[in-house]
Design a protein around this ligand. Structure first.
Ligand SMILES: CC(C)(COP(=O)(O)OP(=O)(O)OC[C@H]1O[C@@H](n2cnc3c(N)ncnc32)[C@H](O)[C@@H]1OP(=O)(O)O)[C@@H](O)C(=O)NCCC(=O)NCCS
Length: 183
Protein backbone atom coordinates (compact mmCIF):
# COMPACT_ATOMS: atom_id res chain seq x y z
CA UNK A 1 0.00 0.00 0.00
CA UNK A 2 1.41 3.41 -0.91
CA UNK A 3 0.80 6.53 1.12
CA UNK A 4 0.68 9.83 -0.72
CA UNK A 5 0.93 13.20 0.98
CA UNK A 6 -0.68 16.31 -0.45
CA UNK A 7 -0.32 19.83 0.84
CA UNK A 8 -2.97 22.46 0.39
CA UNK A 9 -2.06 26.14 0.51
CA UNK A 10 -4.42 28.92 1.44
CA UNK A 11 -3.87 31.95 -0.77
CA UNK A 12 -5.25 35.42 -0.16
CA UNK A 13 -5.74 38.64 -2.06
CA UNK A 14 -6.62 42.19 -1.08
CA UNK A 15 -9.61 43.25 -3.16
CA UNK A 16 -8.56 46.87 -3.60
CA UNK A 17 -6.78 47.36 -6.89
CA UNK A 18 -7.73 44.07 -8.52
CA UNK A 19 -7.11 44.29 -12.31
CA UNK A 20 -10.11 44.80 -14.60
CA UNK A 21 -11.96 41.79 -15.97
CA UNK A 22 -10.61 41.15 -19.48
CA UNK A 23 -12.86 40.72 -22.53
CA UNK A 24 -13.63 37.08 -23.14
CA UNK A 25 -12.17 35.58 -26.32
CA UNK A 26 -14.50 35.50 -29.35
CA UNK A 27 -17.34 33.02 -29.01
CA UNK A 28 -17.46 33.03 -25.20
CA UNK A 29 -19.96 34.88 -23.02
CA UNK A 30 -20.77 35.41 -19.33
CA UNK A 31 -23.68 33.58 -17.71
CA UNK A 32 -24.65 35.03 -14.31
CA UNK A 33 -25.94 32.84 -11.50
CA UNK A 34 -29.52 31.70 -11.62
CA UNK A 35 -30.95 28.94 -9.48
CA UNK A 36 -32.02 27.03 -12.58
CA UNK A 37 -28.32 26.71 -13.53
CA UNK A 38 -27.27 24.61 -10.55
CA UNK A 39 -27.21 21.41 -12.62
CA UNK A 40 -25.11 23.05 -15.32
CA UNK A 41 -22.57 24.32 -12.79
CA UNK A 42 -22.40 20.79 -11.37
CA UNK A 43 -21.87 19.21 -14.80
CA UNK A 44 -19.15 21.69 -15.78
CA UNK A 45 -17.52 21.23 -12.39
CA UNK A 46 -17.56 17.44 -12.81
CA UNK A 47 -16.03 17.59 -16.29
CA UNK A 48 -13.47 20.28 -15.41
CA UNK A 49 -12.09 18.39 -12.40
CA UNK A 50 -11.98 15.03 -14.13
CA UNK A 51 -8.25 15.33 -14.87
CA UNK A 52 -7.34 17.36 -11.79
CA UNK A 53 -5.32 16.10 -8.84
CA UNK A 54 -8.06 17.37 -6.53
CA UNK A 55 -10.29 14.45 -7.47
CA UNK A 56 -8.10 12.24 -5.26
CA UNK A 57 -8.59 14.57 -2.31
CA UNK A 58 -12.28 15.12 -2.86
CA UNK A 59 -13.73 11.83 -4.12
CA UNK A 60 -17.08 13.53 -4.74
CA UNK A 61 -15.42 15.35 -7.69
CA UNK A 62 -15.30 12.03 -9.57
CA UNK A 63 -19.01 11.44 -9.44
CA UNK A 64 -21.70 13.44 -11.28
CA UNK A 65 -24.38 13.11 -8.63
CA UNK A 66 -21.97 14.03 -5.84
CA UNK A 67 -20.96 17.15 -7.76
CA UNK A 68 -24.61 18.12 -7.90
CA UNK A 69 -24.95 17.70 -4.13
CA UNK A 70 -21.75 19.69 -3.62
CA UNK A 71 -23.09 22.53 -5.75
CA UNK A 72 -26.38 22.47 -3.86
CA UNK A 73 -24.48 22.60 -0.57
CA UNK A 74 -22.56 25.68 -1.77
CA UNK A 75 -25.75 27.34 -3.03
CA UNK A 76 -27.43 26.70 0.35
CA UNK A 77 -24.61 28.18 2.46
CA UNK A 78 -25.70 31.36 4.24
CA UNK A 79 -22.83 33.28 2.64
CA UNK A 80 -23.47 32.11 -0.93
CA UNK A 81 -22.62 34.95 -3.33
CA UNK A 82 -24.56 34.78 -6.60
CA UNK A 83 -22.82 37.96 -7.80
CA UNK A 84 -19.46 36.16 -7.64
CA UNK A 85 -20.70 32.85 -9.09
CA UNK A 86 -20.48 32.56 -12.86
CA UNK A 87 -20.48 30.29 -15.85
CA UNK A 88 -18.81 30.96 -19.17
CA UNK A 89 -20.88 29.88 -22.15
CA UNK A 90 -19.74 28.93 -25.66
CA UNK A 91 -21.48 27.77 -28.85
CA UNK A 92 -22.11 24.25 -27.59
CA UNK A 93 -22.87 24.99 -23.95
CA UNK A 94 -21.13 26.08 -20.80
CA UNK A 95 -17.41 25.45 -20.48
CA UNK A 96 -16.27 27.02 -17.20
CA UNK A 97 -17.59 27.59 -13.69
CA UNK A 98 -16.67 29.52 -10.55
CA UNK A 99 -18.59 29.38 -7.28
CA UNK A 100 -18.11 31.71 -4.33
CA UNK A 101 -19.27 32.46 -0.80
CA UNK A 102 -18.65 35.10 1.85
CA UNK A 103 -16.80 32.88 4.33
CA UNK A 104 -16.37 35.48 7.09
CA UNK A 105 -17.66 39.02 7.33
CA UNK A 106 -16.22 40.92 4.33
CA UNK A 107 -14.01 38.02 3.29
CA UNK A 108 -14.83 36.08 0.16
CA UNK A 109 -13.89 32.52 -0.63
CA UNK A 110 -13.59 30.99 -4.09
CA UNK A 111 -14.94 27.50 -3.54
CA UNK A 112 -14.14 26.03 -6.94
CA UNK A 113 -12.98 27.19 -10.32
CA UNK A 114 -12.79 24.94 -13.36
CA UNK A 115 -12.47 25.20 -17.12
CA UNK A 116 -13.15 22.25 -19.45
CA UNK A 117 -9.86 20.89 -20.85
CA UNK A 118 -10.54 21.84 -24.49
CA UNK A 119 -11.10 25.48 -23.52
CA UNK A 120 -8.04 26.06 -21.34
CA UNK A 121 -5.06 28.32 -22.07
CA UNK A 122 -7.11 31.13 -23.55
CA UNK A 123 -7.47 33.23 -20.42
CA UNK A 124 -10.86 31.87 -19.27
CA UNK A 125 -9.51 30.81 -15.86
CA UNK A 126 -8.04 34.25 -15.27
CA UNK A 127 -11.21 35.99 -16.45
CA UNK A 128 -13.39 33.86 -14.16
CA UNK A 129 -11.32 34.65 -11.11
CA UNK A 130 -11.25 38.38 -11.85
CA UNK A 131 -15.00 38.37 -12.46
CA UNK A 132 -15.55 36.73 -9.06
CA UNK A 133 -13.14 39.12 -7.30
CA UNK A 134 -15.01 42.10 -8.75
CA UNK A 135 -18.28 40.54 -7.56
CA UNK A 136 -16.82 40.39 -4.06
CA UNK A 137 -15.49 43.95 -4.24
CA UNK A 138 -18.78 45.41 -5.48
CA UNK A 139 -20.54 43.68 -2.58
CA UNK A 140 -18.21 45.49 -0.14
CA UNK A 141 -15.84 42.64 0.67
CA UNK A 142 -12.21 43.48 1.48
CA UNK A 143 -10.26 40.27 0.99
CA UNK A 144 -10.66 36.89 -0.63
CA UNK A 145 -9.02 33.52 -0.32
CA UNK A 146 -8.93 30.12 -1.91
CA UNK A 147 -7.24 26.80 -1.23
CA UNK A 148 -5.03 25.08 -3.76
CA UNK A 149 -3.22 21.76 -3.82
CA UNK A 150 0.55 22.33 -3.93
CA UNK A 151 0.94 19.92 -6.86
CA UNK A 152 -1.57 21.86 -8.98
CA UNK A 153 1.13 24.02 -10.54
CA UNK A 154 -1.06 25.43 -13.30
CA UNK A 155 -3.57 26.79 -10.80
CA UNK A 156 -0.85 28.03 -8.43
CA UNK A 157 0.85 30.00 -11.24
CA UNK A 158 -2.47 31.54 -12.22
CA UNK A 159 -3.28 32.67 -8.68
CA UNK A 160 0.20 34.08 -8.12
CA UNK A 161 0.05 35.99 -11.39
CA UNK A 162 -3.23 37.56 -10.29
CA UNK A 163 -1.75 38.71 -6.98
CA UNK A 164 -2.82 35.95 -4.57
CA UNK A 165 -0.21 35.31 -1.90
CA UNK A 166 0.26 32.42 0.53
CA UNK A 167 -1.48 33.08 3.78
CA UNK A 168 0.61 32.62 6.87
CA UNK A 169 -1.15 29.93 8.84
CA UNK A 170 -0.90 28.58 12.33
CA UNK A 171 0.00 24.91 12.68
CA UNK A 172 -3.64 24.30 13.59
CA UNK A 173 -4.81 25.74 10.27
CA UNK A 174 -2.46 23.76 8.03
CA UNK A 175 -4.09 20.82 6.34
CA UNK A 176 -1.80 18.04 5.25
CA UNK A 177 -3.60 15.35 3.38
CA UNK A 178 -2.53 11.77 3.53
CA UNK A 179 -4.18 9.30 1.23
CA UNK A 180 -3.68 5.60 1.52
CA UNK A 181 -3.38 4.41 -2.02
CA UNK A 182 -4.38 6.24 -5.12
CA UNK A 183 -4.66 4.64 -8.51
C1 LIG B 1 -6.62 25.93 -13.32
C2 LIG B 1 -7.57 26.24 -14.49
C3 LIG B 1 -8.88 26.78 -13.95
C4 LIG B 1 -6.91 27.28 -15.40
O1 LIG B 1 -7.83 27.59 -16.46
P1 LIG B 1 -7.34 28.23 -17.85
O2 LIG B 1 -8.54 28.72 -18.55
O3 LIG B 1 -6.44 27.30 -18.58
O4 LIG B 1 -6.49 29.48 -17.31
P2 LIG B 1 -5.78 30.62 -18.17
O5 LIG B 1 -6.02 30.37 -19.62
O6 LIG B 1 -6.20 31.92 -17.62
O7 LIG B 1 -4.25 30.41 -17.81
C5 LIG B 1 -3.61 29.15 -18.08
C6 LIG B 1 -2.35 29.35 -18.96
O8 LIG B 1 -2.73 29.75 -20.28
C7 LIG B 1 -1.98 30.91 -20.64
N1 LIG B 1 -2.80 31.71 -21.56
C8 LIG B 1 -3.80 32.57 -21.25
N2 LIG B 1 -4.32 33.11 -22.38
C9 LIG B 1 -3.64 32.56 -23.40
C10 LIG B 1 -3.71 32.72 -24.81
N3 LIG B 1 -4.58 33.54 -25.38
N4 LIG B 1 -2.86 31.99 -25.58
C11 LIG B 1 -1.96 31.15 -25.01
N5 LIG B 1 -1.85 30.95 -23.66
C12 LIG B 1 -2.67 31.65 -22.88
C13 LIG B 1 -1.71 31.60 -19.33
O9 LIG B 1 -0.62 32.48 -19.41
C14 LIG B 1 -1.43 30.42 -18.44
O10 LIG B 1 -0.09 29.99 -18.70
P3 LIG B 1 0.84 29.25 -17.59
O11 LIG B 1 0.24 27.91 -17.34
O12 LIG B 1 2.15 29.17 -18.24
O13 LIG B 1 0.81 30.08 -16.35
C15 LIG B 1 -7.80 24.97 -15.36
O14 LIG B 1 -6.55 24.39 -15.69
C16 LIG B 1 -8.66 23.90 -14.69
O15 LIG B 1 -9.88 23.97 -14.74
N6 LIG B 1 -8.02 22.89 -14.06
C17 LIG B 1 -8.76 21.79 -13.44
C18 LIG B 1 -9.50 22.26 -12.21
C19 LIG B 1 -8.56 22.97 -11.25
O16 LIG B 1 -7.43 22.55 -11.04
N7 LIG B 1 -9.07 24.06 -10.65
C20 LIG B 1 -8.34 24.82 -9.68
C21 LIG B 1 -8.44 24.18 -8.34
S1 LIG B 1 -7.61 25.15 -7.10
Amino acid sequence: MSVVHFTRYRMEIDLSGVPAVPELPDGYYWVPWDDSLLTIHAEVHYRAFHDCIDRYLFPCFSDRDSCWFLLREIRDKPGFMPQATWLIGAANGCVATIQCIEAEPRVGSIQNVGVLPRHRHQGLGQALILQALHGFHEAGLKRAWLDVTAENEQALRLYQRLGFRMKEMSIKEIHDWKLEEIS
